[in-house]
Ligand binder design. Sequence first.
Ligand code: IDC
Length: 488
Amino acid sequence: MKLPARPSRRTLLMAGAVGALTVAASAAVPPADAQAATGCAVTYTTSSWAGGFTANITIRNLGDAVDGWTLGFAFPDAGQRVGQGWSATWSQTGAAVTARSVSWNGALATGASTSIGFNGTWTAANPAPTAFTFNGTACTGATTPTTPPPTTPPPTTPPPTPPPTTPPPTTPPPGGQTPVAINGQLRVCGVNLCNQYGRPIQLRGMSTHGIQWFARCYNDASLDALADDWRADLLRIAMYVQEDGYETDPAGFTNRVNALVDEAEQRGMYALIDFHTLTPGDPTYNLDRAKTFFAAVSARNAAKKNVIYEIANEPNGVSWATIKSYAEQVIPVIRANDPDAVVVVGTRGWSSLGVSDGSNANEVINNPVNAANVMYTFHFYAASHRDNYRAEVERAAARLPLFVTEFGTVDYTGDGGVDVASSNAWIDLLDRLKISYANWTYSDKAEGSAALRPGTCAGSTYTGPGVLTESGALIRDRIRTPDNFPTA
Ligand code: IDC
């Protein structure tokens, strides 16, 4: 799979005040059948790479409350096309693009906002549209970006990030039988992850690949398939910090993570926000970025029940003492905004509980992070990590709350053949110990760990025979069995 070239990004804000004029006219002569006051403000932000881009759009209703809306705009360049979109029904005729509200975001009160987006393609150039309409009215209302502008360098001292200026979309929580509807706000109890009834549960789901490379794989159809066909409980959002990730566009990646949190919430899935540090392995290299990022996402998502924070993917080349110190600086930033959320802390040796560095879980057991409601990360790749790792997980699980935020069915490179026996031995163990897990990856990268066959994300079909790799088929079979979450 060819990876996209280094991304370029732009943000465009639309500003003006037509909505106010409409209101003034209605107020001066209030006819019996007064037309509803209208007005709107739009932000359009893109992350683009050679030939492709992701657009995130926030719509703010500055007029009277609406129940159903249509957003319209025209692409400036003939080669721009909408591909798969989310949170709206998208269509394009010539240059004209239309996005229609869906069931859960059609009702927008005065002043309320909603976020939608799409993955698109471009040929010659990818300029942002310059005009938008909302139910036929030109959008000229002033808007405020929801995150700091991308040009702001990360501060070098602990950065109290201001809370977002626009509230997250007011999505009604899904009722019925979704994992989030049943389990609600999670918390750590003893060595377990417990639901709103204080009963131990296990969440089973998938990790994205790096969202800087595989944004096209996370769209309405693919996430519907994950929730409904796979019956996944959990989406891990792997936001690399390096490798063309967060450090290149903090505001853009923060927005994209937030959009995926909403996508998971709308489908009743938990969202694990993964600050995907990998190289360099010392998490303190990214300490300021972590504080900035987690301040923003925890403020924005504090009211949601489906968010879990993973503060360092795989520390490596550092001591547990260093990781613990990092955790004790980042966790208070999250707690200041979102006091009751579960936080997962990476462990030494690529989150091997130290085993890959010749150590073991005792360094954590004897010196745990000084914070409540915390779990510890364990990662494995089934073809590389076998009995000695399983034995240590089983031993540690009696003393520490563990969360397998990432594992592969293949070897530690993420590629190679599926080790069916070792993968099943691992999943059997996790099931027995009620350890939650996310599999690497729900993507179509041409590598053994990817669940989707190469090319799947260029299409619109994510279910049925044809789309799964050997790894995807094995994992889907394991994930989609009934959860039997306790309800009292
Ligand atoms: C791998 C991806 C691969 C990518 C590489 C570098 O599968 O496509 O080129 O990262 O970014 C981890 C990491 C995870 C790795 C994965 C497989 O958390 O980022 O993904 N792995 O190597 N730890 C152990 C294995």
